[in-house]
Design a protein around this ligand. Structure first.
Ligand SMILES: Nc1nc2c(c(=O)[nH]1)N[C@H]1C(S)=C(S)[C@@H](COP(=O)(O)OP(=O)(O)OC[C@H]3O[C@@H](n4cnc5c(=O)[nH]c(N)nc54)[C@H](O)[C@@H]3O)O[C@H]1N2
Ligand SMILES: Nc1nc2c(c(=O)[nH]1)N[C@H]1C(S)=C(S)[C@@H](COP(=O)(O)OP(=O)(O)OC[C@H]3O[C@@H](n4cnc5c(=O)[nH]c(N)nc54)[C@H](O)[C@@H]3O)O[C@H]1N2
Ligand code: SF4
Ligand SMILES: [Mo]
Length: 748
């Protein structure tokens, strides 16, 4: 922090809004945010920022953002202080659980949780204290296929390769639009600058996407694939690599398992069949396979569009299979693994071998969906609440989540939420979900909290460490996020809403340490004093991590104290090869052909000849929007309407639509519909329309003054909870079959 004038200070803080994690320089004047800029000295982002960062100012000062808890009394929300809110939780949650049993409790963990250090570090402890299998998170609306695919291949859910963009010659981007999203499961600030540099040094970009996206505009080649068919494209590429003897296994050869099984498994997927199914020419597929195997360095990256598929896990698996077979896995310029400073399972324990991952150790009550990473699919949330019987969810806690807009068939979700005995939301707005709450407990604003990016440093384009101190003081009486979480743990453990937070927190940490390093638990606890809560856990993670001081064993090693002295972060350099050391599979090999994937691929082969629906819906993202919750911030809300239905000109004619008219979009399976504003757009593949999710801010009793002015429509009214990737349980939002009707038909 530097003092410029008596009342002006400048602070460094990592942006907590998206996965790029840009380093910001924030000027505070008279206790208010005056200016948000990129921190040019930041080791991770070098000064880059996007328009959302400036919205942190609006977020800080948004009058609708909750500063105090709300409790429902006689049907109305009443503002109370934090002690009273926790007492209310104790008085209402515990009796509900006593009546119905712990299995009647549910926990929903939303997207911003991973960007709030205090929430994410204590989410597991809260789930443990709740003692119910009914844990759901945004991961099963998002990246679960990647966790499962990489978990099976490399042995840990978080061992996920990312493109080494600064050194690659060919970047193949499948189902992602980093120009807008700024990268996902790949922390890569300033994608645009890096992509331009790639092109400037003679490299190429290929995108595979049903829409010619902003990223496709930068690319040399855009393959407008038919949605939900990427598994066929990738299987055909793998088959071609084998058939044409194009595999380059290099130094990894001896660390690979399952090559022969893999070769057999892709046999049904000829280029010709795949071309028909994917709506791409055979020549294009052949070129891509040959390119990937001949350029010196290439990386294939797949993201949300590849995960929101009925074969999301198979698609994610085959992406890293292609990276491996083309000699690009774990090589500079290829797809590489980060070595994060803290909290990575692949830097912990015996190098090169481990327990691997497993799913399905228990199943959900209604659909018998297997648990994956200790969670059930978010698509199962509504049915677990609204289907009577033993274990029916009656009391729910949401953490930074808006399933009434982000989960499939969200109208059913919303009805289910309104029917609970008790709903507690840790949230900062009264929105479509939280308006059904009995208690809402807000956290401090992100600028009032410490921040350490424990999740996205595992998928970073470069190895760095950064810690951000709060920019602004919390209001008196507002607990830090971790304190709220520990208080809930105490309530659930029967220790009361007034339990001594530090004692409960010590107890949680002591239990963890005693399990993992029983002989050193006391010494480590002493060494971490006097830090508390989230900061103490971050210090523990860093000191025991790959760059850490190992509590004195490595005298120059990293500690949180040392990291704090570098507000723009510490750079550990570009990614370095980590295989086989990073593997945690039981075999100690990269598993190229996990049995359940091979079996599922055989079933997928039957769909090579499946018919294509006349019209399907996909989503999209916008630079000035973020999922469902940033539409209340004036700097982002201004400008053109963002919640429009993009329709190709051919489809405009086919469905009798006009630009700027309205269309009724119906899912014939669920019979749900919305009426959206039409925007003609020739970037769409014909037969595919696009509507962004997270809109529909028309609930009468939400408190979103700005968002309500232009509410948009709720795309998830249309999506279907039964469309799931069977292996990971992830929602298959993409490729939702829809019927389109002009609301005011154009006369011929
Ligand atoms: N500005 C902004 N940034 C964000 C967000 C935001 O809402 N706004 N959200 C954040 C979050 S939570 C996430 S998870 C990330 C997501 O980051 P990305 O994955 O980069 O995000 P999307 O823009 O959804 O990209 C998905 C792409 O897949 C395409 N697609 C759809 N179906 C298919 C298909 O079947 N096959 C193929 N090949 N492509 C398909 C879509 O057209 C789209 O271009 O973005 C994060 N960043
Ligand atoms: N159709 C369709 N549906 C999708 C997607 C899609 O592409 N298409 N994308 C999916 C993806 S990738 C994701 S990640 C999910 C996201 O879906 P969710 O996990 O539901 O996350 P958000 O929609 O971002 O809602 C975030 C909630 O957190 C609250 N919040 C914001 N900041 C804070 C804070 O500091 N503290 C607390 N306690 N609360 C806070 C907000 O008010 C809001 O209620 O949506 C998914 N849904
Ligand atoms: S790209 Fe993401 S992390 Fe960077 S400034 Fe924008 S919202 Fe923040
Ligand atoms: Mo996401």
């Amino acid at each position: 922090m530097t003092n410029e004038a008596a009342d002006t200070t400048t602070h460094h803080h990592a942006c907590p809004l998206c996965e790029a994690g840009c380093g910001l320089e924030i000027t505070v004047r008279d206790g208010a945010v005056a200016l948000v800029r990129g921190d040019r000295a930041d080791v991770h982002s070098g000064g880059f920022l996007c328009p959302k960062a400036t919205a942190l100012k609006d977020l800080q000062h948004d009058p609708d953002r909750l500063r105090r808890p709300l409790v429902r009394r006689n049907g109305e929300f009443v503002e109370v202080d934090f002690d009273e809110a926790f007492a209310e939780v104790e008085a209402r949650l515990l009796p509900a659980l006593e009546r119905h049993g712990r299995g009647a409790a549910g926990l929903v963990i939303g997207n911003p949780t991973v960007h709030r250090t205090g929430l994410v570090l204590y989410a597991l402890a809260l789930a443990d204290a709740l003692g119910s299998p009914n844990v759901f998170s945004a991961a099963s609306l998002d990246q679960m296929p990647k966790h499962l695919a990489c978990g099976a291949m490399f042995g840990d859910w978080y061992t996920i390769p990312v493109p080494d963009i600064d050194r690659t010659d060919l970047l193949v981007i499948i189902g992602a639009n980093p120009m807008v999203s700024n990268g996902s499961m790949w922390s890569v600030p300033d994608f645009r600058g890096r992509a331009r540099a790639l092109v400037a040094r003679g490299g190429r970009i290929v995108t595979v996407d049903p829409r010619r996206t902003e990223t496709a505009e930068l690319a040399d080649v855009h393959l407008a694939i038919r949605p939900d068919t990427d598994v066929f494209l990738l299987a055909a590429i793998v088959r071609t690599l084998f058939r044409e003897n194009r595999t380059r296994l290099g130094r990894l050869r001896e660390h690979l398992a399952g090559l022969a099984e893999l070769e057999r498994a892709v046999e049904p997927f000829s280029i010709e069949l795949a071309a028909d199914r994917c709506g791409i020419t055979a020549v294009d597929i052949e070129h891509l396979a040959r390119d990937l195997s001949t350029v010196p360095r290439a990386a294939v990256y797949g993201r949300l569009g590849t995960c929101h598929q009925t074969h999301g896990t198979l698609t994610s698996w085959l992406i890293d299979v292609v990276n491996t077979l083309t000699g690009n896995l774990d090589e500079p310029g290829g797809a590489m693994l980060a070595c994060p400073p803290a909290f990575a399972a692949n830097t912990d324990g015996e190098p090169g071998r481990g327990q691997g991952v497993a799913t399905g150790s228990y199943r959900s009550r209604v659909s018998a969906a297997p648990e994956v990473m200790g969670q059930f699919p978010m698509s199962c949330l509504a049915e677990e609440i609204d289907t009577p019987g033993e274990g029916q969810i009656r009391a729910l806690i949401t953490i930074a989540s808006n399933p009434a807009r982000s989960a499939p068939h969200s109208r059913r979700v919303e009805r289910a939420l309104s029917d609970l005995d008790f709903l507690l939301c840790l949230d900062v707005y009264v929105n479509e979900t939280t308006r059904h709450a009995d208690v809402i407990i807000p956290g401090p604003s992100p600028l009032e909290e410490t921040h350490y990016d424990l999740f996205f440093s595992q998928f970073a384009y470069r190895n760095t460490a950064r810690f951000s101190a709060p920019v602004l003081d919390r209001r008196a009486g507002v607990p830090e996020d971790w304190e709220t979480m520990v208080r809930l743990v105490a309530i659930l453990r029967g220790e009361g809403s007034n339990a001594d937070i530090d004692r409960v927190d010590d107890d949680l940490l002591r239990t963890t340490l005693s399990r993992r390093v029983p002989d050193f638990a006391d010494a480590i606890l002493a060494a971490l004093a006097p830090r508390r809560g989230a900061e103490r856990l971050v210090d523990l993670g860093i000191r025991s991590g790959p760059y850490g001081d190992q509590f004195g064993l490595v005298p120059d090693g990293l500690t949180l104290d040392r990291l704090v002295e570098h507000p723009s972060g510490i750079d550990f350099g570009p990614l370095e090869p980590r295989l086989p050391e990073a593997l945690r599979t039981p075999s100690g090999k990269v598993e190229l052909a996990p049995t359940e994937f091979v079996d599922a691929l055989a079933i997928a082969a039957d769909e090579l000849h499946a018919a294509t629906p006349a019209c399907v819906l996909i989503g999209r993202r916008d630079l000035r929007s973020n999922n469902s919750w940033m539409h209340n911030l004036p700097v982002l809300a201004k400008g053109r309407d963002r919640c429009t239905l993009l329709v190709h000109p051919d489809d405009i004619a086919r469905f009798g639509l006009r630009d700027d008219s309205s269309a009724k979009v119906t899912n014939p399976r669920t019979d749900e519909s919305v009426t959206a504003v039409v925007e003609v757009d020739n970037s769409m593949r014909p037969g595919v329309v696009s509507l962004p999710h997270g809109w529909g801010h028309d609930a009468p009793d939400s408190r979103l003054g700005v968002a309500k002015l232009r509410p948009g429509v709720n795309a998830n009214a249309l999506t279907d909870p039964d469309r799931r990737d069977p292996l990971s349980g992830n929602a298959a939002f993409g490729n939702t079959e829809v019927r389109i009707e002009a609301v005011e038909p154009v006369m011929p």
